[in-house]
Structures are given as C-alpha cells and as structure tokens.
Write a protein that binds this ligand. Structure first.
Ligand code: GLU
Length: 292
C-alpha cells in the first residue's frame, strides 16, 4: 500500500460517457496503476445529493461501466444521499460562526437584480441582494416558509481563513482565490448541500489524499480549500487532468455525440481495450484531449 487514496465521484444524473471513463481511469491509475495492482486505494462515491435529477438506474450503470472498463474500487460505495447529517453539522458550524445567510432569490431575481452582471468561474456572481435583508424580514420569510438557500458570506469567510493555497501535482502551487466565486451556495433550496460543501466534507471523511479530477474543476478547488480552512479539515493534493473534447471542439458531453459507455458495452465492445486506448491517448476518430 502506498497510502494514496483517490476517488471517482460521479453524479448519477445521466449515463457515463467517454469523458467519465477517462476521469475514472485517471483517478484509478493514480492510486493503483494501469494493472490495478497493489498500490493505493481507489474509492467510488455516488454524488446523488440532487434528489430530483439522480436516478437509481444510473447508479447501477456506473458500477457496470467501471467493471467493464476493468476498474475495481475498494471498500463500500459511499452515497451522498446517506450523509446528510454530516452536511447539516458543517452548515451548523458555519452558521454559528456567522458565515452563512439565507437567500430567498429565484434565478430570475438574480438575473434581474444584477445591474452590471459580474461573471465568476461558475457563472453569474450573486449580487448579494439577500445579504442586506434585516433580521426581522429574514425571520418573517423563514416563518412564512419561503424557500431559501444558504450562502457563504464570502468576504467574512475569506477574512476568517486568511490567505490560502493548495498544490496541483501538474500545475504546481496555487494561490486560492475563492472570492472570485462570490457568495457561493452551500445548501440549495432543493438539496440539503451544494456540490462544493458535500465534496469537501466527503473527501476529508473518506481520507482522500489525492483528488484526481478534470481541469474544469481547477478553480472550484479554491472554494474547497476555503471550506477546509473554515471547517478544520485536512487539505489533499490535487491533480486536475485534461478534458476530452468532442468533434465540435467543446468539452465532451452527451449533446456533442459522446457515446454512452452503456451503449458501447451493450454493443459488445471490449471495455478493457477501450480503457487501454484512453490510457495511451488513442481517442475514437474525431475526439481530442486538451493538453496535460
Ligand atoms: N460529482 C462531480 C461531477 O460529476 C464530481 C466532481 C469531483 O470529482 O469533485 O462532476
């Protein structure tokens, strides 16, 4: 055992495609090598926090796809839907520290209230409307059952944590700039935790030492690093890998023709051979990878 612990953490909101296969292979091989031999630990976590979009059939499909690719995971499969208590406890800690506030805005409210819309790494930065609500108004709305999310008061959080950095094994030392995201949502109206909160807590709880995931999440790590500091959690090292691109040059997704692994499996393709092709950088005709 090398002591390295990685994970593949798909959201079961659709079938896995070639891009997911690549991400799973990168995380698996980082811990255990291409042969899947003795080495570190490779975990599978099902990020089914979004109850409205997650489907059991996709959970089953994910496990079949990984087995077909020759990727065996270690230990029990953790499901975020069973970890709500841990997220609630973290929210309570942050709330007690005065770092959260309820947000009653709808998407339309946010779009309408941003007079000079400001875009961050995750899209529109929240203009802060609900930060300025008086305590009595907040109480009235909560008592009236108005649906609300919980947002991080980013300036207070950054001040409390101080300067932060983290390490990407390929790109080197990174200065965290979570403020670029604005007041991120940590508990959604329709889900008890947001991706940022759940992923940070679970990586720590599962002892993940090396987070291996796609380059699209590089800047999200700044938010995760901040949450680690606020919640007293350890900081893993990160390896943000290349993304696969579809024939139209954009990130691989179902809409640009990414074949579902389940379809390839059903058509009798050899999953292990496909995994080896991806490892060797041989992509199906028309597909490409970003560098690194
Ligand atoms: N559930 C996330 C996704 O599917 C996982 C991201 C991560 O690896 O942190 O994009």
């Amino acid at each position: 055992m090398t002591g390295v612990v990685t994970r593949f953490a798909p959201s079961p909101t659709g079938p896995l495609h070639l891009g997911h296969a690549y991400a799973a292979i990168r995380a698996h091989d980082h811990a255990r090598g291409a042969a899947g031999g003795a080495g570190g630990t490779f975990l599978l976590r099902i990020e089914d926090i979004d109850g409205t979009r997650s489907r059991e059939e996709h959970v089953a499909g994910i496990m079949q796809d990984l087995a077909w690719l020759g990727l065996a995971w270690d230990g029990p499969v953790v499901r975020q839907s069973q970890r709500l208590g841990a997220y609630e406890a973290a929210l309570a800690t942050l709330r007690a520290g005065g770092l959260l506030y309820p947000c009653f805005c709808t998407r339309a409210d946010i779009a309408a209230s941003a007079s000079a819309p400001h875009h961050g790494p995750d899209g529109l930065v929240y203009p802060g409307t609900c930060r300025h609500l008086g305590a009595a108004e907040v109480e009235r709305r909560i008592a009236a059952g108005v649906p609300h999310a919980w947002r991080l008061a980013m300036d207070r959080a950054v001040a409390a944590a101080g300067p932060l950095g983290w390490t990407d094994l390929a790109a080197g030392p990174q200065v965290a700039d979570p403020a670029a995201f604005g007041d991120v949502v940590l508990a959604r109206k329709d889900a008890p935790a947001s991706y940022h909160l759940a992923v940070t807590i679970d990586d720590a709880a599962q002892g993940v030492t090396d987070v291996v995931r796609g380059r699209d999440l590089m800047r999200a790590t700044d938010v995760h690093r901040l949450l680690q500091a606020l919640l007293g959690l350890p900081t893993p090292v990160y390896r943000h890998h290349a993304l696969l691109l579809g024939p139209d040059g954009t990130r691989l997704a179902k809409r640009n023709g990414a074949p579902a692994l389940g379809d390839l499996r059903a058509a009798g393709e050899d999953g292990r051979a496909l995994a080896d092709s991806l490892r060797a950088g041989r992509l199906p005709l028309g597909f490409a990878a970003t560098s690194a």
